[in-house]
Design a protein around this ligand. Structure first.
Ligand code: B12
Ligand code: SF4
Length: 456
């Protein structure tokens, strides 16, 4: 075996996810693997999710691949860098290391200096295919678009690769290469239902300043609905998942596509209950009913803040009242709702946080997640706060999530602000009854509020 695809996410090293237990396979990696197989390039996938780095290294030692392709995001970076350093040795016969995925685009020099031989920037299919052939046949690497490498210690970045115009040319992700059953069982054992992922679109045409568009850019391309339905039918027959998560950035962006999707899933008897993410203004009564009809059980509708001022600073281009109404309407139709909240965005004040609490109470999403804003390299937010970064991090051993910048309040303030939001909203959900549970929420909310004041 000379070509191996792998990643560096290990569930056993992630105590947070061990509580959640909703793992999904590395879909992008499986897309690239499938494309190469389609081009008659045999390859193996080592899926590290359920293994340790030790087991992964044991596998690599035994198989001695000549080229190792590793998926990288901002969280797995630390483990990827460790892996590179171990692999670049006599013991492993100095394999060529290719990195791809969302984190390489804006960290080119760092990854190359950490020991990677090549970076695949953006969509991976065609670039990895051409690069692999160029390595094998000692061809001119400068002619492979979409890569970066070091030449005499200088970073060479070739011309950007043209994005696929039509996604129907792409083979389905190589799910057969991994143990899908382990994912399905983990879900079933922990949640009583299994779930799988499908990607139907690439890119997003919107401009939210904190969001990374490192792979697909500000584009929008969609697979034909007939192909998506066929993939669902195949998954139903081969894996029988209880649910699907469409990993698309804005599932309802095209209403025309959704109409075709409805027709196809009915025609092909491909319906699987699903959840998806979308933007509020891409929902209306007709689309909500359509989603329900085709099996949608949960819609994630992003607002990020309850304060219009912050939404505008984020360049999210949505009206907070439209978001609120979309959540309420979805709830009323009997579908679950989820929303994402970000605290600590530059410019946010205590009043904005109070507005966000009020928004969550009124919108009443079934689920909500709260993140303290952090700047991902390559985003407009990063550029905006770069000169205000207050900590010096060692790139190889830290992640973008640890970047500190001058915010309105202290780091501790936001820890308590998250607690305040959660406990205040949960108290409200108890209908302000005088139960022990409600009292606990209210006490915690008061405490958090006091600590916010102390740590401003
Ligand atoms: C699904 C998803 C998740 C799932 C992951 C499940 C899974 N195992 O897939 C969950 C919810 C767990 C998750 C978590 C996080 N995520 Co996430 N996630 C996504 C999402 C929405 C879809 C990923 C996907 O499947 N895309 C479809 C595939 C086909 O695209 P792709 O993976 O990019 O693959 C292409 C290329 O990257 C390349 N490629 C991919 N792998 C490889 C490998 C090699 C060797 C090569 C050469 C090329 C290559 O080719 C592929 C095909 O063209 C993306 C946004 C997006 N639209 O992609 C964010 C995204 C990847 N996530 C992101 C972030 C920030 C996170 C978190 C850090 C969030 C957090 N908690 O703070 C965590 C990190 C968790 C971890 N420890 O790894 C960022 C990454 C930014 C960055 N610079 O790394 C993204 C881009 C969102 C964004 N727009 O900001 N995420
Ligand atoms: S947050 Fe969502 S809508 Fe905004 S740019 Fe990112 S993917 Fe697009």
């Amino acid at each position: 075996m000379s070509l191996l695809f792998t990643h560096a996410y290990y569930l056993s090293d992630d105590p947070k996810e061990q509580k959640i237990m909703k793992p999904y396979p590395p879909l992008g990696l499986l897309y690239v693997s499938a494309y190469l197989l389609d081009k008659k390039i045999p390859n193996t996938v080592f899926d590290s999710t359920f293994s340790s780095q030790e087991q992964q290294l044991g596998f690599i030692l035994e198989k001695q691949p000549k080229v190792i392709c590793i998926y990288t995001n901002l969280m797995t970076k630390i483990e990827v860098v460790k892996l590179i350093k171990v692999l670049k040795s006599v013991k492993f016969n100095f394999p060529k290391i290719i990195l791809g995925g969302p984190d390489v685009t804006y960290n080119i020099e760092n990854y190359l200096k950490a020991g990677a031989d090549f970076l695949v920037i953006g969509e991976g299919e065609e670039t990895t295919f051409e690069l692999y052939n160029a390595i094998l046949n000692h061809q001119n690497l400068h002619e492979v678009n979409g890569i970066a490498f070091l030449e005499n210690d200088t970073v060479i970045q070739t011309k950007a690769r043209t994005k696929f115009k039509e996604l129907d040319e792409l083979p389905l992700p190589n799910r057969k290469a991994i143990n899908m059953q382990k994912y399905l069982d983990t879900w079933k054992n922990n949640h009583g239902q299994s779930s799988m992922t499908i990607s139907t679109q690439r890119g997003c045409p919107y401009t939210c300043k904190w969001c990374s568009t490192a792979v697909y850019g500000q584009s929008y391309r969609r697979r034909p609905a007939t192909q998506v339905a066929a993939e669902m039918k195949m998954l139903k027959e081969q894996y029988n998942p209880d649910a699907i998560w469409f990993v698309d950035d804005v599932f309802t962006v095209s209403h025309k596509w959704l109409l075709a999707f409805r027709e196809e899933v009915f025609k092909q008897e491909a319906i699987i209950p699903f959840e998806c993410i979308t933007r509020a203004e891409r929902l209306n009564d007709e689309i909500l009913s359509l989603l329900k009809e085709v099996g949608c059980f949960r819609i994630w509708i992003g607002a990020e803040s309850g304060s219009q001022k912050i939404i505008d600073l984020m360049d999210r281009r949505v009206d907070v009242n439209v978001v609120k109404e979309a959540i309420q309407k979805t709830n009323a139709l009997g579908m679950e709702t989820g929303t994402f909240i970000m605290l600590g965005y530059p410019g946010e004040t205590e009043e904005d946080i109070a507005t966000t609490i009020q928004y969550l109470k009124e919108a009443n999403p079934t689920l909500y997640t709260i993140t303290v804003a952090y700047p991902i390299k390559g985003t407009s937010l990063y550029t905006e706060v770069e000169s205000k970064i207050t900590n010096q991090l060692d790139w190889e051993t830290s992640t973008d999530r640890e970047i500190e910048f001058e915010r309105t309040y202290s780091k501790k303030f936001y820890k308590y602000a998250v607690s305040k939001v959660v406990n205040e909203v949960e108290f409200h959900r108890e209908n302000s009854k005088i139960t022990l549970k409600a009292l606990k929420f209210k006490t915690k909310s008061f405490l958090a509020f006091g600590l916010m004041k102390l740590n401003r």
